[in-house]
Design a protein around this ligand. Structure first.
Ligand code: ADP
Ligand code: MN
Length: 515
């Protein structure tokens, strides 16, 4: 807080009701009076005022912590609110001045000094109130710090009729004012000492409490800025990650956003130079930023939770780390595919929840999804066989099931199909792996059958062709039942033998993750 806050919450330091009608800035100057009569009348006025105030502002402090300006609650009839608005305005001007000074000091210099942490205007932190209660955890206890005005141990000073005790109103008031100096250093308390402001204990305590809450709010906002799991993917932390990539020269420029999905945002960037000689950064890159909001990922838990490569880690992780695991999973899966020679983006680098890969497309224009291109019959047929082949490779060589394979996640580029979006891909021995494969087969089959490829196998034939299994059921329901029975068998096997072992996959590729 601040000088207005002082004035607003300090009515009982002044001569009472006057503060309500007059500008609060003027209050302190009227409060200096020391004769007995004055003190008496002041006390009376104070009592009256207190009553009045308790009725009008039952919780001055609580109100001071409430939302300042949220739109719905601008109530200019309250002096407190007016004072707070004034304070906000004051703070804003202060910040503007700070910015001007910052600019003046920094000029064109490459090294700059930031005054960021001296700013005063904090956007209202909407969910801050819940942990507001523990303001007592005193990191700065004003009572422990130096006391500029002291009353000796014996509890009084002076002699005879001039004796004053520590309970003396004026001494106590001055002392309280002086103690304000001990509020957090960044907390502006104004020149109370200079103008011989005397704060009653009640006001002082209210101010102290407010100082704590303000300080805590500041800290919390800072914290929030640092650890934001904001709705948007590009929170300050992500921005910093991207900035570092450009700053290091790894990326030349980030040009813009290609896609905003529920779980990720994809950017296009021009590649730069790698720090290490052995690595070549592709001329164009796609940056997939996994959204740091968990809402959407909740639905996908089943993909990762049961994936034994990640199972042990999953339960121990916090949400942010789980998001990173999606990015990590996509990286590992892409690498496997790359090694098998499947056309897919090449991994450039993974930093937390940001995955940089080669860009499929040219001159900032991403390759179209299969659903968006019109292919000739010949290309359509070619694409179909290519996909059949890729699905087999994926299953047999990469030990993976795409699990979200459809015309949405296949790009047409350079006369062939490229597979993307493999963060959710699982190994076939995943408890639902075969179901996912069957779903993939259905999507592919339907797309090409509708697309006029007469040779396209139906979903059951495709499933058998990819997996090498020989499920004979001739209708979907039975087929699916058999798939689930196989999955169950595998799970039982896992239960009994304590480790994953495929009863239907051809190879037991060791989990890549442990490397
Ligand atoms: P989501 O989980 O949001 O579907 P995707 O990996 O499918 O994430 O990416 C979303 C979109 O971004 C894709 O449909 C594609 O258009 C584009 N995209 C993603 N990766 C690349 C890439 N490497 N090259 C070109 N475009 C890409
Ligand atoms: Mn996708």
């Amino acid at each position: 807080m601040d000088s207005v806050g002082v004035a607003a919450a300090a009515p009982d330091a002044g001569p009472g009701p006057a503060w309500q009608s007059k500008c609060p800035w003027g209050a302190p100057s009227t409060s200096i009076s020391c004769s007995l009569a004055d003190v008496m009348s002041e006390q009376l006025a104070k009592e009256l005022q207190l009553e009045e105030e308790n009725a009008a502002f039952p919780e001055v402090v609580a109100a001071a912590e409430g939302p300042f300006i949220t739109g719905e609650n601008i109530d200019t009839s309250s002096d407190l609110m007016l004072a707070q608005m004034l304070q906000m305005e004051f703070d804003r001007e202060y910040d503007a001045q700070l910015r001007r000074e910052e600019k003046k000091i920094n000029g064109d210099s490459k090294v700059s000094i930031s005054f960021e942490n001296y700013r005063k205007v904090h956007p209202y932190d909407s969910d801050s109130s819940e942990d507001e209660v523990d303001w007592q955890d005193t990191r700065h206890d004003p009572y422990r710090a130096d006391k500029p005005t002291t009353t000796p141990k014996r509890g009084f000073i002076g002699k005879g009729k001039d004796i004053t005790t520590k309970h003396d109103e004026v001494v106590c008031g001055r002392k309280n004012t002086a103690r304000m100096e001990n509020f957090a250093p960044e907390f502006q308390v104004g020149d109370g000492i200079g103008m011989d402001l005397k704060l009653s204990n009640q006001v002082f305590n209210a101010l102290k409490q407010h100082a704590y809450s303000e300080e805590r709010r500041s800290a919390r906002l800072h914290e929030k800025k640092e650890h934001s799991t904001a709705e948007k993917a590009v929170d300050p932390k992500t921005r910093l990650l991207l900035y570092k990539m450009v700053n290091s020269g790894m990326l030349e420029t980030i040009t813009g956003c290609i896609s905003t999905g529920k779980e990720s945002v994809v950017f296009h960037a021009y590649g730069g130079k790698s720090a290490t000689e052995d690595k070549v950064i592709p001329p164009e890159c796609a940056i997939k930023v996994f959204k740091t909001t968990l809402n959407e990922f909740k639905n996908r838990d089943k993909y990762i939770k049961d994936d034994y490569r990640f199972k042990d880690r999953f339960s121990k992780l916090n949400p942010r780390k789980i998001i990173r695991m999606w990015a990590e999973k996509e990286m590992h899966n892409l690498t496997r595919m790359q090694n098998a020679g499947i056309p897919c983006p090449q991994v450039v680098i993974l930093k937390k929840h940001v995955l940089v890969m080669s860009f499929i497309g040219q001159d900032q224009v991403p390759a179209p999804k299969l659903k968006d291109v019109t292919l000739s019959n010949e290309d359509m047929k070619k694409a179909y066989y290519q996909i059949l082949n890729m699905m087999q490779q994926l299953y047999r060589e990469c030990n993976l099931v795409h699990a979200d394979l459809s015309e949405y996640n296949m790009l047409w580029h350079d006369g062939k199909v490229w597979l993307i979006d493999v963060s959710q891909s699982v190994e076939p021995t995943h408890p639902h792996g075969l179901e996912f494969l069957f779903r993939d087969c259905r999507n592919v089959s339907q797309f090409f059958q509708k697309g006029g490829v007469a040779e396209a196998l139906n979903e059951r034939e495709l499933f058998n062709a990819v997996s090498g299994l020989n499920i004979t059921a001739d209708n979907e329901v039975d087929f699916q039942a058999e798939i689930e029975a196989l999955e169950k068998m595998n799970e039982d096997h896992v239960q009994n033998h304590g480790k994953k072992m495929s009863t239907f996959s051809s190879d037991g590729d060791p989990p890549i993750y442990d490397e």
